[in-house]
Design a protein around this ligand. Structure first.
Ligand code: SAM
Length: 286
């Protein structure tokens, strides 16, 4: 065994703080290091892979237990406190360089969210996207929590995620804010997975609609979210529909990715603060 690997295994085995449920970020970092070494560990060395595997399993068991406990809290209506509290410690290190929070990479907070939501893989064939529809990619969890904080989403709001994919924006927003949350998604099998998750967590105020954002009912929304779900004429058509809705009531439009630049040029919207492509942007109508 290399000296570095020997030292790493000893260090992680001795560090009992990694077994504390709240040490999510540190445990995630230890698991990442172990996985990297597992790949490169010499196969010939007796018991080495088993030792790394046992250490990973012990750390993963703490995470599994934590996810179960947060799921129970969500079912009994106490999910906001549980998830927001743990998200604070799993999220990017506030002392890290600025780049840790921008961009579309995933981190330990996504591991927490995926363990808590346990969204099932979509079943069956996908309908397929037309040229201006953008394929599924989930919003990194840190951006969802950032959006919740910056919009102050509350129980009186109705959040509509246009192109909701497997639904994690609406699910997290529903858990953490109490707002009614609706996902509109073209792919029926994504909608089924998202609905099953909402049912399993007993989230009565979170729902998913299969449909096209160009024709779906937008009349309930007070806050709309677009993680660049479509582009070109399709984006134009949906923005025109949102402008019509904004003539009836004040809206907040939140965006992430390339569509932000288009949305920022809409004369009926004002940016709530300086916007960037690689972070969620918030715009207000009126
Ligand atoms: C980049 S993903 C965003 C997923 C989700 N909003 C999130 O942030 O995690 C874009 C999603 O929009 C869906 N989509 C694309 N065009 C659509 C349309 N016209 N109506 C409804 N959904 C659409 C895609 O199927 C895909 O799941």
């Amino acid at each position: 065994m290399s000296r570095a690997l020997h030292d790493l295994l000893g260090e992680i085995e001795r560090d009992r703080t990694l077994l504390e449920p709240g040490r999510l970020r540190e445990r995630g970092a230890a698991l990442d290091r172990l996985e990297n070494h597992r790949l490169g560990a010499p196969a010939a060395e007796a018991g080495l892979h088993e030792r790394i595997g046992a250490l990973c399993a012990a750390l993963e068991a703490i995470d599994d237990q934590l996810h179960r406990s947060i799921r129970q809290d969500i079912r009994r209506g106490a999910g906001a406190q549980a998830l927001l509290g743990h998200a604070r410690v799993a999220g990017p290190d506030p002392n890290a360089a600025d780049g840790a929070t921008a961009g579309d990479g995933y981190d330990h907070l996504d591991t927490l969210v995926s363990g808590v939501l346990q969204i099932e893989a979509p079943q069956g064939r996908l309908a397929g996207l037309s040229q201006e529809m953008v394929f599924y990619q989930p919003t990194p969890a840190r951006h969802i929590f950032d959006l919740l904080a910056r919009t102050g989403l509350g129980a009186d709001d109705v959040l509509i995620d246009l192109g909701s994919g497997l639904g994690q924006v609406a699910l997290i927003a529903g858990i953490c804010s109490g707002a009614r949350c609706i996902g509109i998604e073209w792919e029926a099998s994504y909608v089924q997975s998202a609905r099953r998750c909402a049912q399993a967590l007993q989230l009565d105020r979170v729902g998913f609609v299969q449909g096209d954002a160009r024709t779906a009912d937008l009349s309930a929304g007070t806050v709309f979210y677009l993680y660049t779900p479509f582009k070109g004429a399709m984006l134009r058509e949906v923005l025109d529909r949102l402008e019509a809705e904004a003539s009836i009531r004040e809206l907040r439009i939140c965006t992430l990715g390339p569509c932000t630049a288009t949305v920022a040029r809409e004369p009926w919207l004002q940016a709530a603060d300086a916007w960037e492509l690689h972070r969620p942007a918030v715009f207000r109508s009126g």
